[in-house]
Design a protein around this ligand. Structure first.
Ligand code: SF4
Length: 158
């Protein structure tokens, strides 16, 4: 079983306890360098290993959901254009609940994402950095009904 993991280093803030390679800088220049580096890595993998068939695809971070819809489309398009994936492969994207508006969820679903990993550090309104009222958790089940499934407010659970 072969899995492809792509690390997206961009985050809204740089958390002091985090050991991952991340940055809170989102300048166009840095983004350009990042996507160029990812393209180079993809090309290198194709040149070195030939046609690869993956069983899973995972966009992790960092905060992949912080990418804009065009950026996500570009990345996913390049990955799908370069590698093959087994039928019904699992495609996961880590999601910051604050990024999960409907248009982004739809774009992820249309890009083939069928599993969301939610980065919820707290379900308490007061602990959620003041964004509790605006936080919405999303469940994406691409396999069940062929569409984005309910988006439900965390406040309904507590
Ligand atoms: S990956 Fe998560 S914990 Fe690490 S800096 Fe980004 S948001 Fe913070």
């Amino acid at each position: 079983m072969l899995g492809l993991y792509i690390h997206i280093p961009f985050c809204a803030t740089r958390c002091h306890y985090c050991n991952f390679v991340t940055t809170a800088e989102h300048s166009p220049e840095l983004k350009k360098r990042f996507f160029k580096a990812v393209s180079a890595e993809i090309k290198h993998a194709c040149d070195r290993y030939g046609p690869l068939l993956f069983d899973t695809l995972y966009l992790g971070g960092g905060t992949p959901s912080s990418l804009s819809i065009p950026e996500l489309r570009q990345l996913v398009g390049e990955v799908h254009g370069s590698f093959k994936f087994s039928e019904g492969y699992e495609f996961t994207c880590e999601l910051n609940p604050g990024d999960g508006d409907e248009s982004k969820l739809k774009a992820l679903y249309e890009g083939g994402v069928n599993r969301i990993s939610l980065g919820c550090q707290s379900f308490r309104r007061r602990s959620s950095g003041g964004s509790g009222a605006g936080i919405r958790c999303a469940i994406l089940s691409g396999r069940s009904q062929g569409s984005v499934r309910p988006v439900f407010p965390i406040s309904a659970l507590i």
